[in-house]
Ligand binder design. Structure first.
Ligand code: KMH
Ligand code: ZN
Length: 308
């Protein structure tokens, strides 16, 4: 069995500052949290940026550039920049930082979809910032956009022109077929890094039968030309990662997708979650991939060939 790649998505665009005091917001906090996660065993750091003043997700390349070089200088981890961005950003805005930074890896959501995170607001009545509640509640009327034309263009500009490879985010079985279509068109080549996502309202539900179905479908479509990873949103994070690892997959944790460490227990850092999944994996006699091993498994261009 090959080693397990731990990805850590440190801040994202789903959770808001009122939900956890531990969510990294400023460039300094994002850099520190990423470095800690890498030191704890994450080989890949998946990054979004936030407005340092109010924590709102931002596509501003200048903000990304405040933390990317620090993380690069302090760790060997693979830096993976979102192309999904945050709610309400245009495709061009979402691509601004990746095109400037030319990272080894970028996320790529494999379709347009409903993306309802209004449930994350919970029963909360007090908010640190005025934008948070409407941001979340507005997602009952939100469509995340990635048409085939968008996907083709992203694979050409980032992939072909800059040598960036992708974390193909698949929220449902149909997204695997979308990816197979892109592969058949010649827009993307293996080994494909597939991130199967469970538990986002708008995507497939967090049931283990779906995990098996996702795995079997990916096997049928991609044979051994893919590297599989799994994330479970919210309380499904650790159980879905564990099941994926037992099926030969890789795992993604981080405060982007869950603010908790266990039932009723907030994670106080990204590194907390990395340490927990690492412990589970090692208890299962699985070995953790180093960044160098992840680079080899995913055929990445190398940390010295980025734009930051
Ligand atoms: N938080 C994930 C469910 C992206 O950055 O492109 C979605 C995500 C999207 O990671
Ligand atoms: Zn993300």
């Amino acid at each position: 069995m090959s080693k397990v790649i731990i990805s850590c998505a440190v801040t994202g665009a789903i959770h808001t500052p009122s939900m956890s005091e531990y969510l990294p917001i400023t460039p300094e906090e994002i850099a520190k949290s990423s470095i800690e996660a890498a030191e704890a065993g994450a080989a890949i750091i998946h990054l979004h940026a936030r407005d340092p003043i109010d924590g709102r997700p931002t596509p501003d390349p200048a903000v990304f550039m405040q933390f990317l070089p620090i993380i690069k200088q302090s760790t060997d981890a693979v830096i993976n920049i979102t192309t999904g961005g945050g709610l309400g950003m245009t495709v061009a805005e979402r691509l601004a930082a990746p095109l400037l930074a030319k990272p080894e890896m970028c996320s790529l959501n494999m379709g347009s979809m409903n993306f309802n995170i209004s449930g994350a607001a919970g029963k909360r009545t007090e908010w640190k910032h005025a934008w948070e509640k409407p941001y979340l509640e507005g997602t009952t009327d939100f469509i995340f956009r990635n048409t085939f034309k968008d996907i083709e263009s992203i694979t050409r500009t980032l992939g072909e022109e800059h040598g960036t490879r992708f974390e193909f985010e698949c929220y449902d079985i149909g997204h695997l077929y979308n990816l197979a279509h892109c592969r058949d068109k010649g827009w993307v080549k293996g080994p494909l890094f597939i991130q199967s996502i469970f538990g986002i309202t708008g995507g497939i539900g967090p049931e283990y039968q779906n995990l098996m179905f996702m795995r079997e479908t990916a096997n049928r479509l991609f044979g051994d030309d893919y590297v599989w990873s799994v994330l479970g949103a919210g309380r499904h994070q650790m159980s879905f990662c564990t099941m994926a690892a037992m099926l030969g997959g890789n795992v993604r944790v981080g405060l982007e997708d869950s603010l908790y460490l266990g039932r009723g227990q907030m994670a106080t850092s990204n590194a907390d979650q990395v340490r927990k999944i690492r412990r589970i994996l090692e208890d299962l006699s699985l070995e953790i991939a180093t960044p160098a091993e992840a680079r080899e498994m995913l055929q990445l261009k190398g940390g010295d060939r980025v734009g930051f």
